[in-house]
Design a protein around this ligand. Structure first.
Ligand code: HEM
Length: 356
């Protein structure tokens, strides 16, 4: 055993074969282009490995506390990796569009669009086929080789991490415990807050009537959206329209966790939800940075993979989100000072207590 043999450096470092050199017109920047993509694929492999750990923790009916801690740790590691890979774009942007033109034509029809591991990450996180933009009228995997298609189909056949977390959240015990019903208690508090917000706008001396009307309409929409959270049929109708993706029970539990996150039993669940939001945000940032990088590299040309290029990528940055619902929950948060206190019996179940 030595450094080079353990890391299989002979294979790793001989896996860069610039096409331009093969054609006898070596383009200096093609090595960077290859290494960047290879580094991405290595990090994608690590992300998938960590996501498996998250999935394993939630795969059973009961989530073990120690495994939950491992899952949070893995999800937080994924956050760090996604932050790192967003910043890798800075290195790629040291290549100028003209340097890229030296070898771009040699890449057609290859494209990052065909990255199987990227599609697996999206799928495992919970981005479903129906939620994706069509690519040239076809599904995202239409141009992938059969084995890659089969791997993606196998990932789609499993519950995604979002599905697993949803089922787990929906079972959160504290939301209804003993005689305590979180919905009933919280209902009055949120109602009070939204009505107070409407009154503030209505009486605001610096807003003109048309501005007030817009803001009040938006607040009334929030009130209606909150009311729907309390009603199965209305919620399911909104879910069918695509307004919400998570189940109603899971969404309520997530709201409960965000509100009462200071309670010890909710620390890890809160960290997990935060990590999932961070991953979603970093993925969105990556898509946006990649789209901007593409626009400076190729302008409005179509991509080597055949898409509209920048326009498609901007669209996917906006639309391809797996955890939008967790972000939308912020609509229903209230200040700590207005938070209804939890009954002592419920709090007692959520605290660490060591007594001799
Ligand atoms: C000069 C650098 C790059 C250019 C000009 C570029 C261009 C493009 C374009 C135009 C697309 C849309 C599909 C197509 O028509 O080909 C695309 C998609 C994609 N590229 Fe890149 N890319 C570059 C670097 C990278 C790098 C370093 C990665 C890292 C793996 C990457 C990963 C992807 C992925 C995952 C997609 C699919 C995105 C989605 O469907 O939302 N690209 N790229």
């Amino acid at each position: 055993m030595d450094y080079a043999s353990y890391l299989k450096l002979d294979r790793l470092l001989s896996a860069q074969e610039p096409e331009s050199a093969k054609q006898g017109r070596e383009a200096h920047d093609e090595l960077l282009f290859i290494i960047i993509h290879q580094a991405y694929e290595l990090w994608f492999k690590q992300i998938l490995h960590e996501l498996e750990r998250v999935a394993r923790a939630f795969g059973g009916r009961v989530v073990d506390d120690a495994e939950l801690s491992g899952a949070v740790h893995a999800a937080e590691r994924v956050v760090r990796i996604t932050q790192l890979v967003v910043s890798q774009i800075d290195v790629l942007e040291t290549m100028t569009p003209m340097d890229f033109l030296e070898f771009r034509d040699l890449l057609v029809p290859a494209s990052g669009f065909q990255s199987e591991q990227f599609r697996l990450i999206e799928t495992r996180l919970g981005l479903s086929r129906d939620a994706r933009l069509k690519f040239d009228g076809a599904d995202f995997d239409a141009r992938l080789p059969d084995d890659a298609k089969a791997h993606i189909a196998a990932a789609e056949a499993r519950p995604s991490i979002r599905d697993e977390v949803d089922a787990w959240l929906a079972r959160t015990p504290f939301v209804e415990m003993g005689g305590f019903d979180f919905r009933a208690v919280y209902d009055a508090a949120i109602d009070k807050m939204l009505r107070a917000d409407i009154e503030t706008i209505r009486n605001h001396p610096q807003l003109i009537d048309s501005e007030k009307a817009v803001q009040i309409a938006s607040l009334e929409k929030s009130t209606a959206a909150y009311d729907a959270l309390l009603d199965d049929a209305r919620y399911e109708a909104l879910r069918a329209e695509g307004v919400w993706t998570m189940s109603r029970r899971a969404l309520q539990a997530a709201l409960f966790i965000f509100l009462y996150r200071d309670e010890p039993a909710l620390h890890l669940p809160h960290r997990l939800l935060r990590a999932l939001m961070d991953i979603d945000e970093q993925m969105a940032l990556w898509r946006l940075r990649h789209a901007l990088m593409v626009s400076r590299m190729i302008g409005r040309k179509v991509g080597t993979g055949g898409s509209s290029g920048y326009d498609y990528l901007r669209g996917s940055a906006e639309k391809h989100r797996a955890y939008n619902d967790l972000f939308a929950i912020a609509t229903f948060l209230i200040p700590r000072s207005d938070l209804p206190p939890l009954p002592a019996a419920v709090r007692a179940q959520m605290r660490y207590r060591y007594e001799t």
